[in-house]
Design a protein around this ligand. Structure first.
Ligand code: SF4
Length: 274
């Protein structure tokens, strides 16, 4: 057995999604721990979108921590990107700003799956009258399709971890279901909800267990380069892989569902202020 990573390596939706995107990318990022060596895209639009998303998340986090909304609105207004203020005004007038029950913003949960730690850092968790809801704020330019979101590892890791924490591992009443809610600041009336039950959690657990076992079993040479070279145009490691030196223009690449979630908003950025 290869085990290039520590047995107590903590799996997250971010690193599992990276493995799903490209085994080599996982190896370079999490085994070799190499810093991003190349520019992601040639235009600044993508970088601006990502950074604006991070700052918006920070303001929403502060809102749920109880900061004065008027003060936060001033912060949003002062932001060099006018979208931040527009998004925050949209948020304040949406039902998301008036959620009831016990709310936990930017909270990290960890459970153990098949002997390996599995963590989920959620934007907001709501406990209300026996209902458990997980909220994820997004600032996409295009509304993601439900099947695309359902396929993402995040949509499996979050329910699995939360169901463990508030279901089986809580030792009290079993949780029957929970709902993952994607709220898009650019499409506030088109909330996407993914409800899951015990049957789905078991499927997610099996899938994630298999991924964990596979990752731990691979030898260095088995962390192969993705056969889909279109993905490399978006990957900072392409110079390591001889997959091109020139950054891709976002205009030239419309299949954004191929982009790794970690590239859209780097999990490390959240960790920095989370
Ligand atoms: S450049 Fe391509 S093959 Fe190399 S790590 Fe990135 S996605 Fe994988």
């Amino acid at each position: 057995m290869a085990d290039l990573i520590s047995p107590d390596f903590t799996f997250t939706q971010s690193n599992l999604q990276t493995f799903d995107y490209c085994r080599r990318r996982f190896y370079l990022r999490y085994v070799r721990k190499l810093v991003w060596p190349a520019q992601l895209v040639s235009d600044q639009q993508h970088v601006q979108d990502r950074d604006a998303g991070v700052r918006f998340h920070r303001i929403i986090h502060q809102y749920f921590l109880g900061f004065d909304p008027a003060l936060l609105q001033n912060v949003a207004q002062a932001d060099p990107d006018p979208r931040i203020e527009a998004w925050f005004i949209t948020f304040l007038s949406s039902q998301m700003a008036h959620l009831e029950g016990t709310l936990y913003p930017e909270i990290l949960y960890t459970t153990t799956v098949s002997g390996h730690p599995l963590s989920a850092k959620v934007d907001l968790l709501q406990l209300n009258g026996g209902l458990v809801k997980v909220y994820d704020w997004k600032t996409s330019r295009q509304l993601p399709k439900l099947p695309t979101l359902q396929k993402q590892i995040q949509s499996k890791v979050y329910p699995l971890v939360i169901s463990r924490v508030y279901g089986r591992d809580a030792g009290e009443k079993f949780l029957d279901d929970l709902t993952l809610i994607y709220w898009e600041a650019n499409f506030p009336d088109q909330t996407i909800e993914i409800k899951s039950t015990q049957a789905e959690w078991q499927k997610y657990e099996l899938e994630i267990t298999n991924s964990m076992a596979l990752i731990h079993s691979l030898a260095e040479e088995e962390f192969v380069l993705t056969p889909d070279e279109r993905k490399c145009a978006w990957c900072e490691y392409r110079s390591y892989c001889q997959r091109g030196k020139t950054a891709q223009s976002i205009e030239d690449f419309q299949e954004t569902n191929l982009i790794d979630e970690e590239m859209k908003i780097n999990g490390d950025v959240f960790d920095a202020f989370g």
